[in-house]
Design a protein around this ligand. Sequence first.
Ligand code: ADP
Length: 324
Amino acid sequence: KSMNKDDAPVIEVKKLKKAYGSNQVLKGIDLKVNRGTMLALLGPNGAGKTTTVKILSTLLKADDGVVKIEGIDINEDPDAVRRVIGLTGQSAAVDELLTGRENLVMMGELYRLTRKSAKARAQELLEDFDLVKAADRPAKTYSGGMRRRLDLAVSLIAIPPVIFLDEPTTGLDPRSRLAMWDIIRRLMDQGTTILLTTQYLEEADQLADRIVVIDGGKVIAEGTAEELKSKVGNDRLEISFGSVTDLEKAEKVLGKAVFDAKPKDKSLTVIVKDTNTDIKNTLNALADQKIKVASIDVHKPTLDDVFLTLTGKTDNRSEEKGDK
Ligand code: ADP
């Protein structure tokens, strides 16, 4: 790992703390995001992602710690911070009664664009976000995916240099999620510095330059997607059998490769490093012993696996599968 000898990071967070009553939600979070890169803040529900984003966007006051955006301390000059950020997600403001276009133009004027350039920018965003057909319908008639796209478009009207995307795809169907990813990638191409929060490992993997994993208000891991995945391990091959006898035979044949066996489901799990060869070898080994396989299923590492591995709560099987 090499130190970044870049200028000051665009987003810099040190020892950020926040409690709601006796609930210590952030227990000292450190973050750095360099110019033109995306950092994904990855964590399960309740980890403290939204709280972090709210503090960074000046909507909520921290109890302790330092936050600087573009070198500006949020406590010293929150107005200046608001001018450089775009925020979208749970707190973004779309007026339901206005049309998509009206929302965009209104927000543009709020950001002191002239009416003419607000209209031009609105049209541009409607096209980019595939909202041209719906542009002149009230936002309340939009589907979930369209609503999210409008939300994001509104926050981009003034092309902010820094943008916070708070769980932009939570609850979206897979197709809308892919469309949103495309949009986010285009933002990145413009050189925008992005902090994205997500519950989905895959989303962080697809989009972010770096990932910080938080759980229970603390950073539990950080690095590139590759670095994190190498900690988590690999794909898992789940094999089920017609009988417990077959399962037991298979356990003997596969030996140490077996990560987990579930007699109740007549199934076992094997960790695969090289998906193609390992699956083939595993199935061949079973076939050689005439053990019949009822079904197989390949699982990609999930966020659960990341947490299990990172927090060490894998009831000590992780040691065995460790480095084979
Ligand atoms: P995430 O975005 O990762 O799901 P949040 O930042 O929304 O997590 O929430 C972190 C914790 O803070 C949760 O336990 C949540 O219940 C609590 N929390 C969030 N907002 C409030 C609030 N306004 N009042 C009290 N507790 C809150």
